[in-house]
Design a protein around this ligand. Structure first.
Ligand SMILES: [Fe+2]
Length: 282
């Protein structure tokens, strides 16, 4: 499917994804699709496919297909993992009313530690108020590659985001992000649909890069602390509240490496952090 450029992510959104490991789109999906997906969940009618099936061949004639065919969803998929990525797995998460416990903090399957990344799309078909739980995620955790529930004893990390949202909201996550399902303390069922996609093409400048060069403030501005808030180096150097100051530097290095991978620009740096490591006088 050809995608209109206006639906692709821009460079600042991509930098935000690289820095924080997720993007959020509130109330994106129209209500007919929200209602139809919830009916399909109740009827056990959401059927994935064998792992490795091109996503364009999945979910024919269903509300999930309508969801994936929305131009905004096509645009974000294309920008992050390219054309026709592969279905990895999906999951319908239903939380019954008044559940007594939450899920432990974890990362989903990180058995592939290359720079290439999968995305996980999480879709919230109804309003999720705070007391209903929703997914909780820890921004900037995607480079801390951990094994599943090994981190489950961590609770209430500074900067964590409980997904409180309106119907039809979407989260798109780097597969390394730490997250968990929170407790549902309402008397209503909670629904969330997740699908994981593997790229089938090299993840190189797949988004709308028209704003890429403009996105870089000049070095003097940055040195003087006068770079605009949305400068790409500024986005990539923003600390998360849970970073310890020195470990924040490590995250900047990780972000620069991923930005270089995505842009193909091997000289790109943020405040000299990686160039310093590459200084190898003979
Ligand atoms: Fe998970």
């Amino acid at each position: 499917m050809a995608i209109d450029k206006k639906y692709l992510l821009n460079s600042k959104q991509m930098a935000e994804f690289v820095a924080r490991g997720f993007l959020r789109f509130d109330s994106l999906v129209p209500d007919e699709i929200n209602q139809a997906v919830m009916r399909d969940i109740d009827n056990n009618a959401i059927q994935g496919a064998p792992a490795g099936t091109p996503i364009d061949e999945c979910y024919h004639g269903t509300a999930i297909r309508d969801l994936l065919d929305l131009p905004e969803i096509q645009g974000l998929i294309y920008s992050l993992v390219g054309e026709n990525p592969l279905f990895d797995h999906d999951a319908v998460h239903v939380r019954e009313p008044n559940q007594g416990k939450a899920q432990g903090l974890h990362a989903d399957s990180i058995i592939d530690v290359r720079t290439h990344f999968d995305i996980q799309i999480m879709y919230f078909p109804h309003d999720v108020p705070l007391e209903m739980g929703g997914t909780l995620l820890l921004p900037g955790s995607h480079f801390r590659k951990v094994n599943e529930m090994d981190i489950a004893f961590y609770q209430n990390m500074r900067g964590q985001i409980p997904m409180v949202c309106e119907a039809g909201s979407i989260l798109v996550l780097h597969h390394g992000i730490w997250h968990c399902g929170r407790q549902n303390q309402t008397d209503r069922r909670r629904y969330m649909f997740k699908v994981r996609l593997n790229p089938a093409v090299r993840q190189l400048r797949l988004w709308n890069t028209d704003d890429l060069e403009d996105g870089y403030a000049d070095h003097q501005e940055i040195f003087a602390g006068k770079a605009p808030e949305d400068d790409i180096q500024t986005i990539l150097s923003k600390m998360e509240p849970w970073f310890e100051q020195a470990s924040g530097r490590l995250e900047i290095v990780n972000r620069v490496k991923l930005w270089r991978f995505l842009t193909g620009d091997e000289d790109f740096d943020v405040h000299y952090w990686v160039t310093r490591l590459e200084n190898m006088p003979a």
